[in-house]
Design a protein. Structure first.
Length: 279
């Protein structure tokens, strides 16, 4: 029974990933977000492709800015970005844990460390450094959002991974398809559980979601040069006429440290709960 389900899943995942790879090239989204949707679809198969179509794919030419401005789509982009980057490190950690015979809490710690480091230093800070002005500043500004999101992602992943490993011995071995199915289901669970935390992060301007990247000539009020591009975010002045600008376009106030500390403690508590369930 499981073999048939896995075969169907892997076939659908391959077709879905191929579709996103081809289709997303024409979507006016930033390169890192495009890679993020490709990775998410590789992890979650047809669900990732469905989320791409529903949340990011431009419905009609020139509509991407307005389409992705909805809060839930912004949060979708933020959560996808988190899972895509962290997932690479988590998968590497799971493979290394098997190779070095690391099990239990040690395996979880290795997956957490590699997932967090790759998600933070590469997918968040490196790829998004243009928003902060420098890589060092990007590292500072993305650390806390990555930490909060990673804790909740792992809280959703760990129990599912442990459940599969308990009932299917082959699910621990990267040389067996059960392992990849286990990690796919775990990342999908992590995505679902991490969505509310990313909603809070986006709502408080600690993370961004979808972007729009178009040739400069295609943006209102911009010259005809075709060698440059303009990147637009929700609330970006290029998304609306100057007369429609509002307080939403202004920089967000700094988050009180006590609020960040409270959310950090909450995320750690949820992560600890996930560990207890898994163990």
């Amino acid at each position: 029974m499981l073999e048939g389900v896995m075969l169907l899943w892997f076939v659908l995942a391959a077709l879905s990933t191929a579709f996103v790879i081809v289709d997303i090239r024409s979507t006016p989204e930033s390169a890192v977000m495009k890679w993020g949707f490709v990775l998410l679809t590789a992890y979650t198969g047809p669900i990732g492709a469905f989320l791409y179509v529903l949340g990011c794919r431009e419905p009609r030419p020139g509509m991407h800015e307005q389409y992705v401005a909805a809060r839930w789509r912004q949060v979708l982009g933020s959560t996808m970005h988190c899972v895509a980057g962290d997932g690479v490190g988590i998968l590497v950690g799971a493979v290394l844990a098997r190779h070095f015979q690391i099990v239990g809490v040690g395996e979880i710690a290795l997956e957490y460390a590699l997932g967090f480091l790759f998600g933070w230093t590469v997918f968040q800070a490196l790829f998004m450094r243009e928003m902060s002005g420098s890589y060092s500043r990007s590292l500072r500004t993305t650390f806390i959002p990555e930490f909060l999101s990673m804790n909740i992602l792992m809280a959703g992943m760990v129990p599912v991974a442990a459940l599969f490993a308990h009932y299917f011995d082959a699910a621990r071995d990267p040389l067996h398809p059960e392992f990849w199915f286990r990690m796919s289901m775990s990342l999908l669970a992590g995505f679902i559980v991490a969505y509310p935390m990313n909603w809070w992060l986006v709502a408080h301007h600690l993370k961004h979601g979808m972007t729009t990247v178009r040739p400069a000539a295609a943006a209102p009020g911009v010259g005809s040069s075709k060698s440059t591009s303009i990147r637009q975010y929700p609330g970006h002045p290029a998304m609306a006429e100057p007369a429609k600008a509002s307080a939403a376009d202004m920089p967000a106030p700094a988050m009180p440290p006590i609020a960040l500390l409270g959310m950090a403690l909450l995320s750690l508590a949820i992560f600890a709960g996930g560990l207890l369930v898994a163990i």
